[in-house]
Design a protein around this ligand. Sequence first.
Ligand code: NAD
Length: 499
Amino acid sequence: MSGAQYIDGEFRAGTSGESFDVTNPADGSLVRTVDLAGTEDVDAAVAAAERALPEWAGATPGARSDALNRLAAVLAERAEDFARTESRQTGKPIKLTTEFDVPGTIDNTAFFAGAARNLEGRATGEWSGNHTSSIRREPVGVVGSIAPWNYPLQMAAWKILPAIAAGNTIVLKPAELTPLTSLMFAEACTDAGIPAGVVNVVTGRGRTAGEHLVSHPTVRMVSFTGSTGVGKRVAELAVQTVKRTHLELGGKAPFVVFDDADLEAAIHGAAAGSLINTGQDCTAATRAYVQRPLYDAFVAGVAELFDAVRLGDPMNPQTDLGPLVSLRQRDSVAGFVERARSYGATIAAGGFAPEKGHDGTDLTLGAYYRPTLITGVGQDAEVVQQEIFGPVLVVLPFDSDEEGLRLANDTPYGLAASAWTTNTYRALRATREIQAGCVWVNDHIPIISEMPHGGYKASGYGKDMSQYSLDEYTQVKHVMQDITAIARKDWHRTVFGDR
Ligand code: NAD
């Protein structure tokens, strides 16, 4: 890699004159200095995507599918490199990138290779009696995508794959903090034989490159994953040129434990579901509501598991949890916990930045924070209502089933949720009443390529992964063709009287 812009099938240097130091949040060491894109680079990337569009959109679904299958093979060959680079730029433990981020991305690629051949519409038919109607599912055009830093490789894949499987071309802007694996992914696309210009990556700042991409008149669809605040700004800009928008925004997932739940499963599920990716996961369990009879045992069990989690060098395969993505993010998380202390919360585990790792690593240089369990706060507390995006779980008790479900729905967000019960009726009721794009029963976190991921309420709209996402990257055209060969149609009477 020379320059850090991937445009028209090659690396180029950004022209903004600015650069950005990508650092490893485990110890602050420099991973790579990247040049940042200016608006001219965004223009060049969009122009490349526009040039590549006719050929790619015109390729057969089978040809696009073959290319994606080759991409899956290239990614598999480079799996170790992707895992190491992802760990270095984010601080993720190597076991997470090796067992989750990279294989998940390869599986997604294989899924979209299949889905590319499955552009569905309604059956062709003579609905009026005098015409044959058919549906064409066509690509939307040049897609502009903006991704966050929490799962850089997976987010790049979730954006790029459905877009190109459906015949669009794309310009992706990854987060400033974590551009490296998105660039590697774009290069892998070229190496897999996907034509130059189909996949472009610009690594600029949100306020400049991001806003320019979202506002660009040639871009016909904007797919954004990030915070709700920035999502609103993106939607405002996109509406000026009436672009299709797809917004995957913040989350504050509830974790509802009914009194008949398998307590051991719920405790383990809560610890894993809240700490995955150091809690920087938009679907992570953040608010556990536990029915009163199980409450004390649940808090004690989760606190014990939290205290046993091993923080340390992310490259050590024994390490469970790495740092947060940056010192700034760590300080933001610590701020939520300090304010909670000041309004009387009980910190049942963690609540501090540790100094030594399980493996003797000095953690003081990194953005580490101990898994933190908070109790003793009300539903209106900041830690219950706002997205913290760190290894923090808040637990609150409830009495009736109605109360538990009402509290679960009582935030502006609606991305994901889980219900823990061994009673089928309770499970069915919870899955019906919880307002979220995904409700798990007796688990929390697993995702699969075949099923959609996306929000309700302030968590946005639009689905990633699955056939639903492929459909969103297409536009539907109705083609209606006369089959009567009659020059004067009956309906003309409404315009020409009886003549
Ligand atoms: P962020 O909103 O700060 O940034 C996301 C991206 O937007 C970055 O690439 C950034 O450069 C860009 N950006 C910033 N300002 C912009 C602007 N004015 N115009 C255009 N682009 C701009 O989010 P983040 O801090 O990188 O990621 C964390 C957030 O992402 C959390 O809120 C999390 O819940 C959310 N998230 C949601 C999902 C989901 O699927 N719903 C998945 C992952 C993360």
